[in-house]
Design a binder for this molecule. Structure first.
Ligand SMILES: O=C(O)CCC(=O)C(=O)O
Ligand SMILES: [Fe+2]
Length: 322
């Protein structure tokens, strides 16, 4: 049995105040304890999910020389392809056993932000790849917007508190391929223990075994969603903003038992980021005598740069603050 609570976004979107309040309480309680929920009633259709998986499998099956064309120097892996073994969790030397793709924001009516973000990269070999990625990005962004509205109410803020910070925000959709394991991986794992950097993460593909979450007793528990659910978790930015009232829980993707080494694993997280100017200073109503302020004031852009250096995606010399 999974210990991750399950919630229905349909309740928050309904006309019933009672259902809305139930959703807010359930997700609020979950994020103050285990930091993860499985969410149904989101905006992704089955057809879109099926097509996205088909496209990303086609992409990762392309010859390595073709994929390498899409690994762009100097943008810290923020768009396009990142090759196998490149990213490592904070504080680790061994690269994770994964390759991935990044779709970024499709900026509307904001030339300054459009200049700040690298352009999305088009895959010439796959005519549907970019269209399907964009559609998924939009649907996950919409889902995340309502989740953040519920959390804003839970935190005693105006319901639309996050809206202007996430509009045209620096969110990333990251299809990941964990290839078959061909030799003893020594210390490397599919994804080493880490906390996510961003506000919240929406994860497609948490059906299979592999994803584990560290509970408050320090035990690893399996996090398994059903096929119609997204796994959603709190990232470090939201944890900072709320002075750790909402918990950014450490999680990992373990290697399968040897008899299953031969199969690939795919997962697709959407990392909801705000615009770089959002202050992550602890909210006043999350700081009191019992909960002294735990984090320095910082903007989302400054914090992201710090973290990308720690992950090995940006060299210290390339780091910048906007
Ligand atoms: O692949 C997964 O199930 C989770 C991946 C993850 O935690 C991440 O990319 O941050
Ligand atoms: Fe993660």
């Amino acid at each position: 049995m999974s210990v991750i609570p399950s919630v229905d976004l349909g309740e928050f979107l309904s006309d019933s105040n009672e259902k809305k309040e139930k959703f807010i309480k359930e997700i609020g309680d979950a994020f103050e304890s285990i930091g993860f929920v499985a969410l149904r009633g989101h905006f992704l259709s089955d057809a879109l999910v099926t097509e996205l998986y088909r496209e990303i499998k086609k992409f990762f099956n392309l010859p390595q020389v073709v994929k390498d064309k899409y690994e762009i120097e100097g943008i810290g892996g923020q768009r396009g392809y990142t090759s196998f073994g490149k990213e490592h969790a904070k504080g680790r030397k061994e690269g994770d056993l994964k390759e991935f793709w990044h779709f970024g924001q499709y900026v509307e009516n904001d030339p300054k932000l459009a200049k700040e973000y690298p352009d999305n990269i088009s895959v010439d070999e796959l005519p549907r790849f970019n269209k399907v990625g964009k559609e998924t990005y939009k649907m996950l962004e919409k889902t995340a917007k309502y989740v953040l509205r519920a959390l804003a109410i839970h935190l005693g803020l105006e319901e639309d508190y996050f809206d202007n910070y996430i509009k045209n925000g620096n969110s990333i959709l990251r299809p990941i391929h964990y290839p078959p394991i061909t030799r003893e991986p020594k210390n490397a794992v599919r994804a080493a223990a880490h906390g996510d950097i961003n506000l919240i993460t929406l994860l497609m593909g948490a059906q299979g075994k592999g994803l584990q979450v560290k509970n408050h007793k320090g035990e690893w528990v399996d996090a398994i969603a059903s096929p119609d659910e997204l796994m959603i978790n709190v990232g470090d930015m939201l944890s900072r903003l709320t002075n750790n009232r909402l918990k950014s829980t450490i999680h990992q993707v373990v290697n399968p038992p040897k008899e299953l080494w031969g199969s690939s694993r795919y997962s697709i997280p959407f990392f909801m980021h705000p615009i770089s100017g959002m202050p992550l200073n602890c909210l006043d109503n999350c700081v009191d005598e019992k909960h002294p302020k735990q984090f320095e004031d910082i903007t989302a852009g400054e914090y992201l740069n710090e973290r990308l250096v720690e992950l090995g995606l940006v060299k210290p010399s390339e780091a910048h603050t906007k």
